[in-house]
Ligand binder design. Structure first.
Ligand code: SF4
Length: 326
């Protein structure tokens, strides 16, 4: 049996921009991504705004269609799903968003929102659904009192807990969490990250955790994929990637996280400049306009993704992957 829950092959998504203003141009938000998400893992997907990570998340949930390439979910090509199979897939793949109001109807009491997916997917009897809602509230650290409240009566952290309860209510296999803690203060962030980690263990979830902040996934994700201008530029076990990044962009993301330990002070200059427009990406290596160690060839030759025996992957002419093979 495969240990891969989701596989993307050459996954690409274009958007037309400038429509109605004369010339229409193409923005390639996700560009030929090959990625495996393993059953029961937390895969961190990290990159700046404009890296394509949120578009990748929406593609994995089939909220938008790929322009080309494909997504295989538990052995089935998502493009082949008919209406009935798509409904079944919706139960198995659930989102968590940065803004819990995306999942919580402001007019409904929280318990009703958590129960809604059980009704929509016809899971359990009325009594079982009520018991399940109570169980879910407890699992995310809320009480019946919170279940009786409306979203505006809860704190930001409590709202996110309720949104998480609604996401896991139908017992999904895959959860795509897009910046789920970015709007919370640091203390609450830590609590929600701990909650996500414990729910992942308890329910055996597979989680794709999307964030712009590498430090958020440091203790959470089993593996991390770093995206830049629509492509995965580095992928590997989180500890190995953070300890010894092979792509200068990953290094820059690590260096841009403030750290109290002077032994971890930046070796390279922190990330400079803005991410270029994906409408007109740089030639050669897309990172060359910001890379502190770029060489001539970087301007003209696009570095392929290379892997070593440990599964570590990087797209950089100067990556020394062989030295890190298992
Ligand atoms: Fe920097 Fe060149 Fe590596 Fe790109 S290929 S990341 S420009 S060194």
């Amino acid at each position: 049996m495969s240990d891969v829950l989701v596989r993307t092959e050459g996954l690409t998504r274009d958007f037309a921009v400038g429509r109605g203003l004369g010339a229409t141009r193409t923005l390639r938000a996700v560009d030929g991504v090959d990625l495996d998400v393993r059953k029961g893992e937390i895969l961190g997907v990290v990159g700046e705004s404009g890296s394509g990570k949120s578009t990748l998340g929406r593609l994995l949930l089939r909220l938008i269609e790929p322009t080309s390439g494909r997504i295989v979910f538990d052995g089935t090509d998502l493009a082949a799903l008919d209406r009935r199979a798509l409904h079944a897939f919706r139960r198995r793949a659930q989102p968590i968003y940065q803004d819990p109001y995306s999942s919580l109807d402001p007019r409904w009491r929280v318990a009703r929102t958590i129960r809604e997916p059980l009704d929509a997917f016809g899971i359990g009897t009325t009594t079982e659904r009520e018991a399940r809602v109570a169980e879910l509230l407890e699992a995310v650290g809320l009480s019946g009192r919170h279940g009786d409240a409306r979203p505006h009566e809860l704190s930001g952290g409590q709202r996110q807990r309720a949104a998480i309860a609604a996401a896991i209510a139908p017992r999904p296999d895959l959860v795509v969490a897009d910046e789920p803690v970015s709007a919370l203060d640091v203390l609450v962030q830590a609590q929600i990250l701990n909650l996500i980690a414990s729910l992942q263990r308890e329910f055996g979830l597979t989680i794709v955790f999307i964030t712009h902040n590498l430090s958020v996934v440091e203790h959470l994700a089993d593996r991390v994929a770093v995206m830049y201008l629509g492509r995965v530029v580095e992928l590997g076990q989180t500890a190995a990637v953070l300890r010894d990044p092979q792509h200068p962009y990953t290094r820059a993301l690590i260096d841009s996280v403030p750290h109290p330990d002077p032994a971890r002070s930046p070796e390279l200059s922190p990330l400079r400049g803005e991410i270029p427009s994906p409408i007109d990406p740089p030639s050669g290596c897309r990172f060359h306009t910001r890379c502190p160690i770029a060489i001539d060839v970087c301007k003209s030759v696009d570095p392929p993704l290379r892997a070593d025996a440990s599964g570590r992957v990087a797209a950089c002419h100067l990556a020394q992957l062989d030295q890190h093979a298992a």
